[in-house]
Ligand binder design. Sequence first.
Ligand code: C2E
Ligand code: MG
Ligand code: MG
Ligand code: MG
Length: 277
Amino acid sequence: YKAKKEGKNQYLFYQDIFSKDHTRRLSYESQLRTAIAKDQLNIVYQPVVNLNNFATQGTEALLRWQLNEETSVSPDIFIPIAEYSGQIMEIGEWVLRNACQQNKLWRESGASKLNIAVNVSPYQLFNPNFPKLVQKILAEFDIPPHCLDLEITESMTVSNNDVFLKTLNELSEMGVRLLMDDFGTGYSCLSYLRQLPFDVLKIDKSFVSDYDTIASTIIAMGKQLDMKIIAEGVETQSNLNILKQQQCDFAQGYFFQRPVSAEQLDVFKIYNNIKST
Ligand code: C2E
Ligand code: MG
Ligand code: MG
Ligand code: MG
């Protein structure tokens, strides 16, 4: 990402694709406009595993765009395009509503305490009406606020924007949990972190390796700040063993389960006997 400052405190983000491949971006942008209507967006889910009992604590909703039979566009490409064009508002609402609806189905099937994690763009947080929308959707699907996890990428939280901070605080006061995603890749200093109402740190997958001490540093720091820790990108038994030793609370990754459709996911599965393949 390159960041460009607009006005005083607001950050805009765009990928290199924007400057290098202008035509492709415009083509995606216009096709994205009809994606919801054409039913091309869908959500896959990945379990968040509780490392104390290896049960599924919740699931993370990850958006997919099936442009046509051959082409599936990665969210790393189309989310920045949607942010740039403003379509992220509509798409973000669609994801939140559909993920909450699926969570309700899982709850009704017996997973009564299952959390649902949804990634949100900072642009959604620049909208002062966002907390009201969240409240409405939670009510619509009978979900307690503390069972909704909103994930915000760390590098995107480096903003002193007043609306952004007010929205974050309102969500926190509603009881919604706020997760700092991809933690370790941004530049938040400790004092800034303590000012923000985040409940959970998600260690970025680039630090979850057997030879990296950054994960253990983050886990220790999280404990000091009374925050829960989720490690993402757990791919091997050995990754998992190290995180367990360091008393990491939760983990996600291909080692447990790749993101799959709701129908393919068993939210009652206990992951204590899995062997690396
Ligand atoms: P993220 O929120 O940090 O999600 C984790 C990414 O790591 C996902 O990629 C997931 O499929 C992948 N992953 C999970 N386990 C493993 C593993 O063991 N190893 C490796 N190498 N990767 C793993 P994905 O689904 O391609 O999503 C990429 C990013 O796009 C997400 O990163 C998130 O920032 C963004 N994104 C996805 N869905 C949404 C959405 O609905 N709204 C917004 N605003 N952003 C979204
Ligand atoms: Mg995430
Ligand atoms: Mg992210
Ligand atoms: Mg991440």
